[in-house]
Design a protein around this ligand. Structure first.
Ligand code: SF4
Length: 207
């Protein structure tokens, strides 16, 4: 199967790169078939100097309409997770492995990920986060080029492009399986410890 990292090496690093330049180069992108049904490209949002990035799989219905990542129900839960870590959405950076909504919310296909990934890699290279929280199996498998299940790799640090990457469950999974929330909180606490973050008083009793 032709989906190795070499496909991602086209323009994943650009000298003097910025998020603005990456967004400009992306333009009105039609590099993969996902452009056909999208309303808005969801480039990503947050601080260009964030120490922490969250990366999910792709936009859903609400994100496609607003052009912003994680603004639906799963996004509200992600916001709660970020705030429980003592941060705000404006202090982190949130993006996805594909920037256009897959039809029927299916998982993005390999050719779509390969087309879009260089832009995400440029965003990571510009932001230079210390830590990346990878949300769900689709994002983890795309970023790490692995077929391993999220349940096998979650909770373990993985070195990734100068950052430390922590795979954990996607907030949409947590909405369907709230019993998995403590595992995600355990993962997020590792990220907090690494970044020297302290939870706000309200979140301090969570465990
Ligand atoms: S998913 Fe990415 S590569 Fe495909 S059309 Fe959208 S922005 Fe372009």
């Amino acid at each position: 199967m032709a989906h190795g990292p070499s496909l991602f090496e086209v323009a994943e690093r650009v000298e003097g790169d910025t998020l603005e330049r990456t967004c400009s180069d992306l333009g009105d992108c039609k590099r993969c078939k996902l452009h056909r049904h999208r309303n808005k490209i969801v480039f990503g949002a947050g601080s260009p100097t964030a120490e922490l990035m969250f990366i999910g799989e792709g936009p859903g219905h609400d994100e496609d309409l607003q052009g912003l990542p994680f603004v639906g129900r799963a996004g509200q839960l992600l916001t709660q997770m970020i705030e429980a870590m003592g941060l705000s959405r404006g202090e982190v950076y949130i993006a996805n492995v594909v920037k256009c909504r897959p039809p029927e919310n299916r998982a993005p296909e390999k050719d779509e990920v390969a087309s879009c990934m260089p832009f995400l890699l440029r965003q990571i290279a510009s932001i230079q986060p210390k830590a990346i929280v990878c949300l769900g199996s689709v994002a983890m498998q795309a970023l790490l080029n692995t077929n391993k299940a999220i349940s096998r790799l979650r909770g373990e640090w993985i070195d990734f492009r100068g950052a430390r990457l922590m795979p954990t469950y996607h907030p949409a999974y947590l909405l369907r399986n709230p019993h998995a929330k403590p595992e995600v909180w355990t993962d997020l606490k590792k990220v907090m410890a690494y970044l020297g973050l302290k939870p706000p008083i309200r979140g301090a009793s969570r465990s």
